[in-house]
Design a protein around this ligand. Structure first.
Ligand SMILES: Nc1ncnc2c1ncn2[C@@H]1O[C@H](COP(=O)(O)OP(=O)(O)O)[C@@H](O)[C@H]1O
Ligand SMILES: [Mg+2]
Length: 474
C-alpha cells in the first residue's frame, strides 16, 4: 500500500514536468552566479598582484625614508623573506598607486609666470599659467642651495608624501618641472586663493561658529587620511592651510612630513613651528606619533576662534610656560609618564598642583578664554590640547564628536563668503611669525628649572616673564 498522497500533491505529469524545468532553471542560475563570483574574485586577486608589483617597483625610492626601527611604515607588502608568499594582514586602507613611469620632467617654460606669492622657509611660491590649458597653478621652487648632500631631504619628502596623499582636502601636486639648471626644481600644484593665516590676519571678525565647524571638519578629514596612511605632517599651522573661494580647505607644505610606524620610530624632536609644537616635543620626546599633529590642530582651532595664534612663545621655555598657563601644569595624575621625557628632569612643578582630571579625561580649558564656544566645542578643544598625548583623540574620533552634530551645524561650503585674494594679485611681505625648524638643526639644550620658578610677578610682555611664570632661559 502506498502512502496516502498529500492533498497538495499534483498528479498532472505536465505540471510535474514544468516543476522539474523550473528546478533545473534555478540550479542553472545558481551555477552561473557562482561562476560570476569566482571570476570577480580572480580579477580582484589579479589587481592586488598588479598593485603590489607596482608598489614594489616604487620601493627603491622609499628605502631612503624607512625608519630603522620600525615594524611597518605602511601597509605596502614588504618584499622580505618573512612576508613573501604570505598574506599580509591588512589593518588600514591601502593606497593604490599607478605604476611609476620613468619620464623626463617637463620644463618650467610650459608655465607663464604671473606673480610671486610668498617666499617661505624652503621655497619661493608663485602663481603661473599653464600655457597649454590656460589653468592657473602655483609653482613652488625648492631651495637646493644649502643642501650639502645634493637633493634636500625636505624636498624629497614633500614630493614623496604629496604624490601619495590624494585627498579633497590636501593640495594636489600636478607635476614636477625643471628649470634650466639642475638646481631648479619646481612643484606644480593647484592654485588656491588664500592661506588661512593671511586670511585671519585681515579679518575683522572671526569666522562664524558654523564656518569654523566646516573648516575644522575638512582639516580633520585630511589629517585622518594622512594618519591612516602612516604620514605625519609635522608642520600643521594656519599658513600651511590653503583655502579657495568655495569654502574648501587644503593642507599644504609637506616639507616636514614623513612616514612613521607602529611602534613609532625614533624621530627628530625639532619639528613643528614653535607656536604649534606639542608639550611632549618641547619636553624632548624622541618617540612621538600622530598626536603631535592633533595638538597643532588644537592650536589652529583656538586660532580660528579668536583669529590670533593661541600660544605665541618667544622660545621653547616661554612656549611651554604659555601652554601651562592655559592648560594648567602637568601632574602625575593626568600625565603619569611626563617625568621620563628628557627635558622634564629639570622641570620644577609649583607646590600645589591641581588634582583635576585623569589620563583619559583631561581637565577642561578655562571657559573664560573661549566665551563663545559651546560646551561640546570646549570639550573637543580641551581634548585636542590635552598635555598627555595619549589623552588626545584621533582625527577619526574627532570627526564623530558631538560638536559637529549640534547646532549651529557646519555651514555648506557653497554658502561660504568669498574674500579678495592677495595671492592672486600681489607679492606678500615676508611674515614676522616663526617658521618650522630647519632640517638637520640640533635641538637646543633646554633648562626648564624655573618654568614655575619664583612665581607670580610676571607682567605681560616682559621677555622673561610670560603668563605668570618666571623663566630662566637655558
Ligand atoms: N598651491 C598654492 N596656492 C596658493 N598659494 C600657495 C600654494 N602653496 C603655497 N602657497 C603660499 O605660499 C606660502 C608658502 O608655501 P609653503 O608650501 O608653505 O612653503 P614653505 O615650505 O616655504 O613654508 C603658503 O603659506 C601660501 O601662502
Ligand atoms: Mg609653509
Amino acid at each position: 500500500m502506498s502512502a496516502p498522497k498529500s492533498r497538495w500533491a499534483n498528479e498532472d505529469p505536465e505540471e510535474e514536468a514544468a516543476i522539474a524545468l523550473r528546478k533545473r532553471e534555478k540550479e542553472e542560475k545558481k551555477r552561473a552566479k557562482a561562476e560570476r563570483q569566482k571570476l570577480v574574485e580572480q580579477q580582484q586577486q589579479q589587481q592586488q598582484k598588479q598593485s603590489a608589483a607596482a608598489e614594489q617597483a616604487d620601493s627603491a625610492e622609499k628605502a631612503t625614508e624607512r625608519p630603522t626601527k620600525r615594524r611597518r611604515i605602511s601597509n605596502e607588502p614588504i618584499p622580505s623573506a618573512e612576508t613573501e608568499g604570505e598574506k599580509v594582514e591588512v589593518q588600514r586602507k591601502l593606497l593604490r598607486f599607478p605604476a611609476p613611469e620613468w619620464a623626463p620632467c617637463r620644463h618650467v617654460d610650459n608655465y607663464e609666470p604671473l606673480n610671486h606669492i610668498e617666499e617661505g622657509s624652503y621655497g619661493l611660491v608663485s602663481r603661473a599659467k599653464d600655457l597649454v590649458t590656460g589653468e592657473v597653478v602655483a609653482l613652488k621652487k625648492l631651495k637646493l642651495d644649502n643642501s650639502p648632500d645634493g637633493f634636500p631631504v625636505t624636498g624629497l619628502r614633500e614630493i614623496q608624501t604629496l604624490q601619495r596623499a590624494r585627498h579633497n582636502n590636501i593640495v594636489r601636486l600636478r607635476e614636477i618641472v625643471m628649470g634650466t639648471s639642475m638646481n631648479d626644481v619646481y612643484l606644480v600644484m593647484d592654485f588656491l586663493e588664500h592661506d588661512l593665516k593671511t586670511l585671519l590676519d585681515d579679518m575683522k571678525e572671526p569666522f562664524l561658529p558654523s564656518e569654523i565647524k566646516t573648516l575644522l571638519q575638512q582639516i580633520m578629514s585630511a589629517t585622518e587620511f594622512l594618519h591612516s596612511h602612516w604620514i605625519l605632517h609635522r608642520d600643521l599651522k594656519t599658513s600651511n592651510l590653503l583655502m579657495n573661494n568655495r569654502g574648501e580647505i587644503k593642507i599644504a607644505d609637506f616639507g616636514m612630513a614623513r612616514y612613521y610606524g607602529d611602534p613609532p620610530p625614533k624621530l627628530t624632536q625639532l619639528v613643528v613651528t614653535l607656536w604649534y609644537r606639542s608639550p611632549e616635543l618641547l619636553l624632548g620626546a624622541e618617540e612621538y606619533g600622530p598626536e603631535i599633529d592633533i595638538w597643532s590642530i588644537g592650536c589652529i582651532f583656538g586660532e580660528l576662534l579668536t583669529t590670533d595664534p593661541l600660544f605665541q612663545g618667544k622660545n621653547e621655555v616661554d612656549q611651554l610656560s604659555k601652554i601651562f598657563a592655559v592648560t594648567g601644569p602637568p601632574t602625575q595624575q593626568i600625565w603619569p609618564t611626563f617625568r621620563s621625557l628628557p627635558n622634564a628632569k629639570s622641570l620644577r612643578l609649583p607646590p600645589s598642583t591641581s588634582s583635576l582630571g585623569s589620563p583619559m579625561n583631561p581637565p577642561l580649558l578655562p571657559r573664560s578664554k573661549f566665551p563663545y564656544l559651546t560646551n561640546a566645542g570646549l570639550s573637543l578643544l580641551s581634548s585636542l590640547l590635552a598635555l598627555n598625548p595619549s589623552a588626545r583623540p584621533t582625527a577619526a574620533q574627532c570627526l564623530k564628536h558631538s560638536y559637529f552634530r549640534e547646532d549651529p551645524r557646519p555651514k555648506a561650503k557653497e554658502m561660504f563668503p568669498t574674500f579678495p585674494s592677495k595671492a592672486g594679485q600681489e607679492r606678500r611681505r615676508r611674515r614676522a611669525t616663526p617658521e618650522a625648524p630647519k632640517h638637520g638643526e640640533e635641538a637646543p639644550r633646554l633648562d626648564f628649572a624655573n618654568v614655575f620658578g619664583s612665581g607670580g610677578g610676571g607682567g605681560a610682555g616682559s621677555a622673561e616673564a610670560g603668563a605668570g611664570f618666571t623663566l630662566r632661559l637655558g
